[in-house]
Design a protein around this ligand. Structure first.
Ligand SMILES: [Fe+2]
Length: 455
């Protein structure tokens, strides 16, 4: 490198995922008795936990590749008992001499767990779509990777669904370089792998999430297609409209031969909100965007909007309707109604549409009545950016919106992070509790409320 090149490298702006509140934090804290404005509802006994990319070296080539760090806030007895943050102890942390994720492509034990955290049975799983999940305990200690006794021989999506009716964990894997390109994964309520089923699709496509109903799964074959030319960037996928777009419906215990494919307009969906059966139709709510990664695989100028798709299994048709023209994503419903007829969906507003390379988290949260389209807004304030809204019920048998929406906000004015607890039935009101966190928490990905009392 010449002196001029060296100077240019040193003065070049950091990529978006390494600057501002995307920048990683390196120290692992344990802080008890957090300061609270308002009152933590005493019904909330458990752990809010969220993961995100946080490269231990301080740098990663792409946001998706950073080491997973979990941030947890334990609520108990009407108090915010503690905050902890911990690296997931993957080989990249415990044995960095063994190379990074990219140099160990194909080793399913080298995942980062940087995308989602959810509980299945007595396990808390940290997930990332290219590898096996990692298990942590309630104090955020890493317990090891999870491959279901060696039965899972593929990667697993970061967005599996826990069926509230059966306790099954329903998932898929899309990172297969050879046909059939897609695999369906069904884990029983006993934690055993019941089904690993090849599903034929024409191309290897980036399939970030999918839908599950009580009796069906619905895959998204959308045209973010594997592109060898982009391999040097480490994220070898490109929006290829000509590849077309399809939704694939399959009974949950079905096989490749049972999949029915329905053509839809080309688009991309990172995250559905929920899906359910209504007679012989499947109703899906999603954050739909016209395309993804338009100019490069690090371009987030396109943002999703709430759409409703209705698949008529009798007529063989799909009706596509836009519900809202404002951008929003990271949609969730009450976990007790995943795949069932949830009335309420919670989304985070997105900002920066069309002008920003980074996925700009907005300053509002939205509660939708998914049946009527009515929307209530929770304003976070100027310069405050939100995160995925997660619902926590007041009790295991509470009504659908009888509980609180939890979200981790960052105040760009003061560079402070706060955990907000919002009454879901009084959604536009100020939070019932604002928990001041002892450090800024970088913008991350997904998380869950893990109540102490769970099935
Ligand atoms: Fe996601």
């Amino acid at each position: 490198m010449t002196a001029l090149e060296d100077h240019a490298a040193q003065t070049a702006p950091l990529p978006w995922h390494l600057r501002g509140n995307w920048a990683p934090v390196q120290d692992e804290l344990t802080v008890a008795d957090l300061r609270v404005d308002g009152a933590v509802p005493p019904e909330l006994e458990g752990l809010y936990v969220r993961t995100g990319p946080n490269p231990v070296s301080g740098s990663s080539d792409h946001w998706f590749f950073g080491d997973g760090m979990v941030h947890g806030i334990r609520l108990s007895g009407g108090k915010a008992e503690w905050y902890r943050n911990r690296y997931i102890q993957t080989p990249n942390i415990t044995d960095p001499s063994g190379g990074d994720v990219m140099s160990n492509m194909g080793d399913l034990s080298r995942g980062t767990g940087n995308t989602h955290v959810l509980a299945h049975r007595d396990k808390i799983l940290c997930l990332e779509e290219g590898h096996w999940p990692w298990k942590i305990d309630g104090q955020l200690n890493t317990l090891g990777y999870e491959n279901f006794g060696g039965a899972l021989t593929t990667s697993m999506t970061a967005h599996p669904k826990v069926c509230p009716a059966t306790g099954e964990l329903i998932a898929f894997s899309y990172l297969s370089p050879e046909p059939p390109f897609l695999h369906y994964i069904r884990i029983g309520a006993d934690g055993e792998l019941k089904q690993l089923e090849g599903i034929e699709i024409p191309n290897m496509v980036m399939m970030h999430d999918f839908n599950v109903t009580r009796n069906h799964v619905v895959f998204m074959d959308l045209p973010v297609v594997f592109d060898l030319d982009a391999l040097a960037t480490g994220m070898p996928f490109k929006f290829t409209k000509e590849a077309g777009a399809r939704r694939g419906d399959m009974p949950r215990n079905g096989t490749n031969a049972d999949v029915r494919w329905f053509e839809i307009d080309p688009c991309y969906v990172f995250h559905p909100v929920n899906a359910h059966e209504d007679g012989n139709t499947i109703v899906l709510h999603v954050s739909r965007q016209p395309e993804a990664f338009g100019s490069s695989n690090d371009d987030y100028a396109e943002v999703g909007r709430l759409w409703k798709w209705t698949i008529d299994l009798t007529a063989g048709t799909v009706r596509e309707e836009q519900v809202d023209d404002r951008p929003g994503d990271f949609g969730r419903v009450d976990d007790r109604l995943v795949g069932l007829d949830a009335r309420y969906g919670y989304l985070m507003a997105m900002a920066g549409e069309g002008i920003s390379e980074e996925p700009v988290y907005g300053s509002a949260l939205w509660k939708y009545d998914l049946r009527s389209g009515q929307c209530w807004e929770h304003q976070l304030g100027d310069g405050v950016r939100g995160a995925e809204p997660v619902f926590a019920p007041a009790s295991p048998d509470a009504g659908e919106d009888e509980g609180w929406v939890i979200s981790l906000a960052h105040d760009t004015n003061s560079d402070e992070s706060r955990l907000l607890i919002i009454d879901a039935q009084d959604f536009s009101a100020a939070p019932v509790a604002t928990i001041h966190l002892p450090r800024r928490v970088p913008y991350g990905a997904h998380g869950s409320w893990v109540p102490d009392a769970r099935g």
